[in-house]
Design a protein around this ligand. Structure first.
Ligand SMILES: Nc1ncnc2c1ncn2[C@@H]1O[C@H](COP(=O)(O)OP(=O)(O)OP(=O)(O)O)[C@@H](O)[C@H]1O
Length: 446
């Protein structure tokens, strides 16, 4: 861990030396001592990680000093050291943002070291989260995350930039596997909402009776089985982005509710009557032609126009010939590196074979073909024989027409299970639903 700076502010010399000595025994700690508030405040041009603050100093009230410290160094944690064990004072100081309140007793040293250890763990966690956030952001830089150099994809980059620069509602359309979710993430992680959650919900994959509580949350006891309060996806995505995938599959009753939420900018948890304000950007996606759905009466016209903002149509891979090899090399590279293997080259004959396919499963299909080819190759070169396209009837493409929502849900779950070799955990993860939901739906259809 990096060096950790602690300022000890204490007018009683004996205590000041005791605390400073105890802390400086740890070689990672840099300790500075102050006997009054004035000198201490002057030193806050450089913020420490932690301050131990005597509650009674000759030149300033404890509350006031805590307030100023928090203003000057909001990231520094303040531990109040006090003579008295008064619960009201402790509560007041903790509410004002003090990290802990320690009374001058025999075990003060242990207590102080313990608290500082907590703070260190917490701050290293905070640093880790910040690094991870940066990594995620880098991962979704347009150029690095969305591979392509063809004219259609260059046009998409332009639209994505427009979406990032404004808060406009975005509808992403396109066939399965064309990168709709990837585009939504790229918008989010490049926008000023990037530091907040990106929450994805697949409207087609969640059973109708669960979707409302999934989106809006519920209070404890709102219905049988609601044994705890649950925050819905709208609240989870607070200050971030809510990605509603397969919006065209949304139940008509729910369409009305969604429209209301978009208009009022608030939701009401099931079992509650208290509205909760929401602040999240909405991005929706569909593989359907929503306007046609409106004309045929399956999608509400008012919701359609409410959602109508910027439409980004992801091009199918067959219209982006130029990107096929680029993407193929990218997936081989990524897969080999993730598995700690050398990166095989793609033989010209294999490239020819890749160029001759029409990719009904789009980029997702190319990705799985290339991952399998990497496994099948001798590690040096991917040959034409290593490239295997699945037959059309095996492709992952859920049938959408003429089914009830329940049948549709069941089929989707079966397809995801097939895709993950009956691994329920993996299927649940990808569908963003719980294990138990999968079990329950399978059981019902038996
Ligand atoms: N241009 C691209 N560059 C790199 N990877 C891509 C690109 N487009 C898609 N992918 C990858 O292809 C896979 C499918 O993409 P994604 O899930 O975003 O598609 P989708 O259109 O949302 O699919 P569906 O309609 O089935 O939900 C993902 O692994 C994604 O990372």
């Amino acid at each position: 861990m990096a060096a950790f700076t602690i300022y000890v502010v204490e007018d009683d010399e004996w205590y000041r030396e005791l605390l400073a000595h105890t802390l400086s025994l740890n070689p990672d700690f840099t300790v500075r001592k102050f006997s009054n508030a004035t000198d201490f405040l002057k030193s806050l041009a450089n913020c420490p990680d932690v301050v131990t603050l005597d509650y009674r100093l000759p030149d300033m009230e404890g509350n006031e000093l805590l307030k100023r410290t928090r203003q000057l160094c909001p990231e520094a944690e303040v531990i109040i050291i006090s003579e008295q064990d008064k619960i009201e004072t402790a509560v007041e100081l903790l509410t004002m943002g003090a990290y802990d309140y320690i009374v001058k007793t025999r075990d003060i040293r242990d207590r102080l070291l313990n608290t500082i250890q907590h703070i260190r763990n917490h701050s290293s966690l905070k640093r880790r989260v910040a690094t991870l956030e940066q990594e995620v952001q880098k991962k979704y830089d347009f150029g690095t995350a969305i591979i392509g150099d063809s004219e259609p994809i260059k046009h998409i980059f332009k639209l994505l930039t427009k979406a990032v620069d404004s808060n406009i509602t975005v509808t992403i359309t396109g066939e399965t596997g064309t990168g709709k979710e990837l585009a939504a993430k790229a918008i989010h992680y490049n926008s000023n909402r990037a530091g907040h959650p990106f929450v994805a919900v697949n409207m087609g994959a969640i059973p109708a009776e669960l979707i409302e509580s999934e989106l809006f949350g519920h209070e404890k006891g709102a219905f049988t089985g609601a044994s705890f309060r649950r925050v819905g996806k709208f609240e989870e995505a607070d200050k971030g982005t809510l990605f509603l995938d397969e919006i065209g599959e949304m139940d008509p009753n729910l369409q009305v509710k969604l429209l209301r939420v978009l208009q009022e900018k608030e939701i009401v948890r099931i079992g509650s009557n208290k509205p909760v304000a929401i602040d999240c950007r909405i991005i929706v996606a569909t593989h359907r032609d929503l306007f046609k759905e409106v004309k045929e009466g399956r999608f509400r016209e008012d919701l359609y126009y409410r959602l109508f903002g910027l439409t980004i149509e992801m091009p199918p891979l067959r219209n982006r010939d130029k990107d096929i090899i680029l993407l193929a090399e990218y997936f081989v590279n990524q897969f080999s590196k993730n598995n700690g293997k050398p990166v095989p080259a793609i033989h010209p004959e294999a490239k020819k074979k890749l160029m001759s396919h029409n990719y009904p499963g789009n980029v997702r299909e190319l990705r799985s073909v290339m991952e399998l080819a990497t496994v099948m190759s001798d590690g040096q070169q991917i040959l034409a024989d290593d490239i295997n396209f699945r037959k059309n009837d095996e492709l992952y493409e859920p049938p959408m027409e003429g089914l009830t929502l329940r049948e549709h849900t069941f089929n989707i779950i079966k397809l995801y299970l097939k895709k993950h070799d009956d691994n329920i955990k993996e299927a649940a993860r990808e569908l963003d639903i719980s294990y138990s939901t999968i079990y329950r739906i399978l059981k019902k259809e038996e």
